[in-house]
Design a protein around this ligand. Structure first.
Ligand SMILES: [Zn+2]
Length: 312
């Protein structure tokens, strides 16, 4: 996690430096003509003219102060906007080597006990909100794979999930177990990603095929379009298991770099809502930290880079 934080800090710093440089040259461009005017040849020194010219000189200088202030504000504002943009992109984007591939988990050093909670088939009235509350209480960012037509039904809920900083993935428009040609797969996937972007500004690059089916045309299309196809390594089986067994299902399969499958929508998810706080507590007790799927992949990438430099 510290590596990830360092990476984010570095990206942020680079952005700030770039922007300060741009703003600096802008400021220089404005002050330069005023300086030239001040040092240019003066008219004959009649008292009256001098008085007028002094009052004229004072005005631009106070304008410059206001102007610098305005720029400072703008730098600050744009720095925030850029950082936020970067964050949003990062929120659901993945390192390039994972684009067009499919993964079940990240390969992490076992000393980095990081795990990603994922919630499918939302946004869903009530249960999505309940799960958001639990995640917020525990200060956890998770990953939500949305069904396009449900997002269309609950756009405000979708915006809330994204605004809370969770990662968003594409889980098709209709969530059906059919065979798709390329045109059909495009309709399912493109339409959903467009709606996600329209509503939240997030351009997602993670896709999860309904049922984890990899051979019905959807995953193939997603990979062709450079999504990372994200499956899971720990299935809570929350759609058919009593609340008491959910925790055992997760704990039995939990590992470092793991991806846990749960559901916040698509049916009655009260069991998931009920079991989630205990699952989080138990994983935390075992030493896990919670990250989003893109963060998990970023961690794997960082570890690989670190190993490469260590071996040189
Ligand atoms: Zn699903």
């Amino acid at each position: 996690m510290t590596k990830l934080k360092r990476l984010l800090m570095r990206q942020r710093k680079n952005l700030i430096v770039a922007f300060m440089a741009a703003a600096g040259s802008f400021l220089l461009g404005v002050t330069l003509p005023m300086n030239l005017r001040a040092t240019g040849p003066l008219e004959p020194m009649q008292a009256k003219v001098l008085a007028v010219s002094q009052s004229q000189e004072q005005q631009p200088s106070s304008n410059i102060n206001q102007f610098s202030e305005a720029i400072a504000h703008r730098v600050e504002f744009s720095e925030q906007a850029l950082a936020q943009l970067q964050e949003t992109r990062f929120q659901s984007g993945v390192p390039s080597e994972f684009k067009g591939t499919s993964i079940r988990e990240a390969k992490l050093d076992s000393q980095h006990k990081a795990i990603a909670l994922t919630f499918d088939d939302g946004p869903w009235p009530k249960t999505t909100t309940q799960i958001l509350d639990i995640l917020k209480k525990n200060n956890i960012k998770a990953t939500f794979f949305w069904v396009g037509r449900y997002l269309k039904n609950s756009p405000e809920l979708g915006k809330q999930v994204a605004a809370a900083g969770h990662a968003i993935g594409n889980h098709t428009w209709n969530h059906e177990y059919l065979q798709y040609n390329e045109e059909g797969a495009a309709r399912e996937i493109d339409r959903t990603s467009s709606l996600i972007e329209d509503l939240t500004g997030i351009k997602t690059s993670i896709f999860r095929p309904p049922g984890g089916i990899l051979n019905n045309g959807l995953a193939a299309y997603a990979q062709k379009k450079n999504y990372a196809v994200v499956l899971w390594s720990a299935d809570s089986l929350d759609w058919r298991t009593p609340t008491e067994s959910l925790m055992d299902n997760v704990m039995r399969q939990a590992n470092s770099g793991g991806i846990v499958l749960m559901h916040d929508g698509g049916g009655n998810r009260s069991r998931t809502v009920k079991a989630l706080p205990d699952i989080i507590a138990k994983l935390r007790k075992k030493g896990y930290i919670f990250v989003t799927v893109p963060e998990l992949l970023q961690m794997q990438e960082q570890e690989l880079k670190h190993q490469e430099t260590a071996h040189k």
